[in-house]
Design a protein around this ligand. Structure first.
Ligand SMILES: [Zn+2]
Length: 97
């Protein structure tokens, strides 16, 4: 994995924890700070590394679990969903990354 610039050297390795699994099998994980690529592994243990894109088209279940205004990202490759890291405070609606 390319984990070049994490804020604190020596901080524990980031883990994108699994938050929920939706009824349709989609996994919802928590991003770690500055995470931009999916870290799901497929059956063969190969890293997905798909690009995480802001996603607005989530359905009722996500809305119910995380709210209608939820900030949701989705891997464009394996479609795992990601929630923003709690350490990343949104500065405004325009994310500067
Ligand atoms: Zn993925």
């Amino acid at each position: 994995m390319a984990e070049a610039n994490f804020p604190l050297p020596g901080s524990p390795p980031p883990v994108a924890e699994l938050v929920a699994t939706l009824d349709d099998g989609a996994r919802v994980k928590r991003r770690f700070p500055r995470m931009r690529a999916c870290n799901e592994k497929n059956d063969k243990g190969k890293l997905c590394a798909g690009h995480l894109k802001r996603w607005y088209f989530f359905g009722e279940e996500v809305r119910r679990k995380f709210g209608a205004q939820a900030e949701v990202y989705r891997c464009e490759h394996c479609r795992t969903l990601y929630l923003p890291s709690p350490e990343e405070q949104p500065r405004s609606d325009v994310l500067c990354w």
